[in-house]
Design a protein around this ligand. Structure first.
Ligand code: HEM
Length: 284
């Protein structure tokens, strides 16, 4: 089961598989709702990874790195070899961790190929931390779009990625698998923060039929400041709520949470569709 740790399993679950007993409707609904959300999210993240590889990798293959600046105003700076290389690593890491993160959470793959899970996990953690440090350099030294609140918000995301990565590795090395999974899920959502920002912003723009709550020219405003924190705090809060409801053993609460996950899956799919049409496809 994707969003379940051993410690959180309902009493009716099988100890071997974590699968709820057939009679436990609430637990089964919750498990399937989590699978549905995960499937939608992975599909949306693979689209994002495809865009990054095709657009930024394509420019690299053509030897025309200045194309990066069509999206990132300070992506490529002529003569700044080290800075350009750091951004190249940030983009390469985006592709590898997006694909690798999806593979890490697949329970059958973990069972069938534990050695792959360990190596993919090491690469994932290393690149997520490196990418976050490079992101901090971009925000505070190289220059990035947005205002101070946005910069503080995304910096908080970087700090959380490093903290979650440290705890996930620490518990894995100590063999505390339940805690490891809990921190690995938090890490996965924190790493997905920048993706949540993109799908959240595009869904917001479509819902409002245009930019609202921010200035599209300066790319600043209250909504963007809010989203820079919400991109990771909201998914992490929902994960905690999900875990508590799952552990509570209350059928009614589980059904309600499953219904909320269904709504979230539809909202996520809508955000992915909007981001694909507005942000990603036009650059391919
Ligand atoms: C670890 C997960 C992350 C991924 C997958 C990721 C991915 C990306 C991608 C694909 C871009 C290119 C812009 C686009 O085409 O959409 C980008 C740009 C950028 N990223 Fe990240 N990023 C991550 C984390 C971070 C963090 C934690 C920070 C900040 C601390 C950060 C700061 C930036 C900045 C400043 C830009 C340039 C935006 C601009 O000003 O034009 N990233 N990132």
């Amino acid at each position: 089961m994707i969003l379940q740790t051993a410690a959180q399993r309902p009493p009716t679950a099988s100890a071997d598989t974590g699968t709820p007993a057939p009679s436990d409707t609430g637990a089964r609904a919750l498990a399937w709702s989590a699978r549905l959300w995960f499937a939608v999210a992975v599909a949306g993240q693979l689209l994002f990874a495809w865009y990054v590889a095709a657009f930024y990798g394509g420019a690299l293959a053509q030897g025309d790195l200045a194309q990066w600046n069509k999206v990132m105003p300070r992506g490529y700076i002529a003569g700044d070899t080290a800075g350009n290389a750091a951004i190249g690593l940030h983009l390469l890491a985006a592709v590898v961790i997006t694909v690798g993160g999806a593979l890490q959470l697949l329970a059958p793959l973990r069972r069938l190929a534990p050695a792959f899970h360990r190596w993919n996990g090491r690469v994932y953690v290393l690149l997520a931390v490196a990418s976050s440090l490079i992101g901090l350099y971009m925000v505070w030294f190289r220059g990035a779009v947005g205002g101070l609140a946005q910069h503080v918000g995304i910096s908080g995301n970087a700090v959380l990625i490093v903290v979650c990565a440290a705890y996930a590795v620490h518990h894995a090395r100590a063999g505390r698998i339940a805690q490891h999974r809990r921190w690995a899920l938090r890490l996965y959502l924190a790493v997905s923060g920048v993706w949540f920002f993109r799908i959240g912003l595009m869904a917001w723009i479509v819902a409002n039929r245009g930019p609202a709550g921010f200035d599209p020219v300066t790319f600043q405003g209250p909504f963007l400041s809010f989203l820079s924190f919400a991109q990771y705090l909201l998914p992490l809060a929902l994960l905690e709520l999900f875990a508590r409801v799952q552990a509570s053993g209350q059928g009614k609460a589980r059904i309600m949470m499953a219904a909320a996950m269904l709504v979230l899956s539809v909202a996520t799919a809508a955000g992915v569709a909007a981001a694909t049409m507005i942000l990603w496809l036009p650059h391919l």
